[in-house]
Design a protein around this ligand. Structure first.
Ligand SMILES: C[S@@+](CC[C@H](N)C(=O)[O-])C[C@H]1O[C@@H](n2cnc3c(N)ncnc32)[C@H](O)[C@@H]1O
Length: 349
């Protein structure tokens, strides 16, 4: 792996918990050691849940078909995550093919690399680089792939490992530091951003990133607070308290979810880096090469749809899917996190 060296994992005592089932992320030690407890992993999956420390890949067969993979092809998984898609891509392009896996997360990437190496994917088939995919031009250059690749894939947003780990500050379901950075070594945390943002900046983020109907009212409550919002549950509580009395529990949860999503998108500049990827993609792909992007909310999908439609009209792309590809009811049932997913692809002219 280029860039950061893997972080050594210290030995930990087996956690103790109350009741018959572990509830806290760090107590789910069996799920966090899946090789030793395969039956438990199966049980958790059969209940439509994602085992702690794992990520269930979405629309896998559809992604593989969209990328038109074959042995010997080379390409980039811009969002390696747990490596679920990467593993299936590697099975299709080997022997002879090569995958470059990118991810900006310094905490999960070393674990994913170790997992994929254990599955037998050597350096000749798989290279990994810790970087933001906005840095794709440099990554291709340093990999000696300036003359282009056959496929690009991006599965946007967060992995389940990131969502479920309270220490990363992405979820309001458990308390944790209000961080929300996919790369905690870079930029400002959500808490720092909120502490420094004006009412207008917060309003714009809530409106643009999450289509939040109460953007202005919530921005007024969140900006310039005397007591800084330092934890996930404190932010959730302040948002809930600011909502009209007529809001029921579901509406309150939905609003908190939208606020978290908007701040996360802001802190990680998710739209800026997606636009950069979509702009560079035609240069990165060889003739006939394919790009596929999985998005999870309207702000992302709008960008992908527009970029592909524009490129088709300009003759940059020769084909794209007319109808967006969505998970089947069976996939949504077996993995509820797949619910909002939308897949779009385009072929280089
Ligand atoms: C939805 S997960 C990908 C899951 C993966 N397809 C799998 O099967 O395990 C998204 C991953 O992309 C990473 N990511 C998101 N935006 C990124 C960006 N701009 N640059 C690099 N990595 C990014 C996140 O850190 C996360 O690990």
């Amino acid at each position: 792996m280029t860039d950061d060296a893997p972080t050594p994992q210290p030995h930990r005592r087996r956690p103790r918990y109350r009741g018959t089932h572990p509830r806290r992320f760090e107590e789910k030690y069996k799920e966090l050691a899946p090789e030793a407890h395969p039956e438990l992993i199966e049980h958790v999956r059969s209940r439509g849940m994602t085992p702690a420390g794992q990520h269930v890949p979405i629309l896998v067969d559809e992604v593989l078909a969209a990328l038109a993979l074959a042995p010997g092809k080379r390409g980039v998984d811009c969002t390696l995550g747990y490596g679920g898609h990467a593993r299936r891509v590697l099975e299709r392009i080997t022997p002879g093919g090569t995958l470059l896996g990118l991810d900006q997360d310094p905490l999960e990437l070393p674990k994913t690399l170790e997992r994929l190496r254990k599955l037998g994917f050597e350096e000749s088939a798989l290279s990994v680089r810790r970087t933001n995919f906005a840095g794709l031009p440099a990554a291709l250059h340093e990999h000696g792939w300036q003359d282009g690749v056959d496929f690009l894939f991006a599965d946007l947003g967060l992995s389940s490992m990131q969502i479920d780990d309270p220490a990363r500050g992405f979820t309001f379901k458990f308390d944790g530091p209000l961080d929300m950075r996919m790369n905690p070594a870079r930029g400002v945390s959500a808490a720092q951003w909120l502490a420094g943002a004006s009412v207008a900046e917060i309003e714009r983020a809530l409106a643009d990133n999450s289509d939040e109907p109460l953007a202005r009212d919530l921005a007024r409550v969140l900006a310039g607070r005397r007591e800084p919002l330092a934890t996930t549950q404190r932010l959730a509580e302040v948002v809930r308290q600011a909502l009209p009395a007529r809001y029921g529990d579901d509406e309150r949860d939905a609003t908190v979810r939208r606020v978290f999503q908007a701040i996360r998108i802001e802190v990680n500049d998710e739209f800026g880096v997606l636009d950069a990827l979509l702009r560079f993609a035609p240069q990165a792909l060889r003739r006939g090469g394919r790009i596929a992007v999985l998005s999870f909310h309207s702000g992302e999908d709008r960008r992908v749809k527009r970029a592909f439609a524009r490129g088709l009209a300009d003759g940059v792309w020769s084909a794209t899917n007319d109808e967006v590809i969505r998970p089947s009811p069976a996939e949504r049932r077996s993995n509820p996190r797949s619910g909002p997913a939308k897949l779009r692809w385009a072929a280089r002219a």
